[in-house]
Structures are given as structure tokens and as C-alpha cells.
Design a protein around this ligand. Sequence first.
Ligand code: G3P
Ligand code: CA
Length: 253
Amino acid sequence: MTKIYGHRGAKGRYPENTLLSFQKAIDQGVDGLELDVHLTKDGEVVVIHDETLDRTTNGTGWIRDLTLEEIKQVSAGSSFTHFPDYQGAWDLEKVPTLQEVLELLAPYPTELNIELKTYAVAYEGIEAKVQSVVEKYGNGRKVVYSSFHLPSLLRMKQVNREANIAWLLNEGISLPADYMEMLGLEALHLSKNIVLPKELNTKNLAGLFENIRVWTVNDPDQIGQLLELQVNAIITDFPETAIALRNMWEAMA
Ligand code: G3P
Ligand code: CA
């Protein structure tokens, strides 16, 4: 059965990469969550998409130049007043640490896709730090490490030979199975534009769909096409909608 992963929680309706967004996605019934990590000046793993605070918080500055204490001063919810469900309480949301997200997930079997945002800033030692937090607070859940930056994934594998690593791709590659085998990839995390709608792409990926997760898919028709292909997971901003479609599709199958 194709799994539904909430992209940065339930990003379509709630402030991305916040505990609120993750809790809402869990409440909606996601099989997995996707989030992004960076390293603070004092070496803490924080969950935020961008390299800076500017777009998603009321703060400013680079994550790598700020301490966790400084980052905890800003609101990660107050930039989302334009969302239909916005409430004043969202302003209290902070940029969470990876530890805090794992503590939130503790009672749930939710899978976790941790994207190492290492293509713009080289965060020295981030792979080992992330691994250590997951070891302490992961409760044995399935964790998949993804990155556009392949060296980061290979370092993760050096840190933990058992780590599930998945290469994030914006563009297709030839002979993907060869990459998967030689690099020890658990999965490919592919942009929907690689998988849909070209017949050629689909042929290139034949036999691999159970190890392919596709992002970021919000359109019901495209979700339907991916359910037909039986991909491993669909990563979406609107997990509630995708789960309803998936459940309907399963009932008809
Ligand atoms: O993991 C899929 C997707 O999150 C990658 O792109 O920019 O949304 O982090 P982005
Ligand atoms: Ca991401």
C-alpha cells in the first residue's frame, strides 16, 4: 500500500516544520512525516526548511550564525496569518529541534524522513549529530535520511552502516537501479516531474516503484496516477486529502 508522508508536517494548512504542523499531520493519519534539518552555531540540530530564519519566522539571519537560544526567541507561526485556519496561538510556535520532534512522535509509529539540507551550507558533522539524536529519541521507528547532496548521504552511511539513505532528485538519471545498488540507496526520492507524466520516465523506473517516494504531490489526478504505479510513498502538503484518496483507491482495488 502506498504510504502518505506529510511534507514539513501538513504544510498546506499549518506553519511548516513546526510541532503544530507535525501534530496535525499525525492527527490526519499520516504514515510518515518529512522534515528538513540544519545545524545551529552551537551544534544543535534544528528543523527548518531554509538556511535562514527570514521566510518562515519573524526573525532574521543564518541558522549557522545563530545559537539555539537565539533561534528559540523567534516565532515560526506568525508568518502564516494568511492561512485560512490561522489562530493567534500559532505565534507561539518555535523552530523545533529534531529531539523535540522525535519526542512528539514518541507515542506514534510514524515513519520519519529527515532531509539533510546540506547543499548550500556545509554543516560539519551534521550527519553524526542527527544520527545520535535519532539513536537516543527515535524509539526504533523507521527513519529515512534524504538529501540532494549525495556526499552527505554517503557520510551518513559511514556513521551508521544500517542507515536508510535516499537520494533526492530533481531530474531523471539513467540506469537508476545501478545507482541504488552501488550507492546502497534504500530509495530514490523523486520530483513528480520525473515520474509523471512521461511514459519514457515510467519505463525507466519500472520495477523500482516500491523503493520510490515522490514529492511534492498535491494534485488529486497526480496522486491517483502514483497510486496506480504503487510507489512506496507520496509526499504531500495536504496529507488529509491524499489519505482520503488513497483509502478510496484501496477500497476499490
Ligand atoms: O523531500 C522532498 C522535498 O521536501 C524536497 O524539496 O525544497 O521541499 O525541501 P524541498
Ligand atoms: Ca524537504
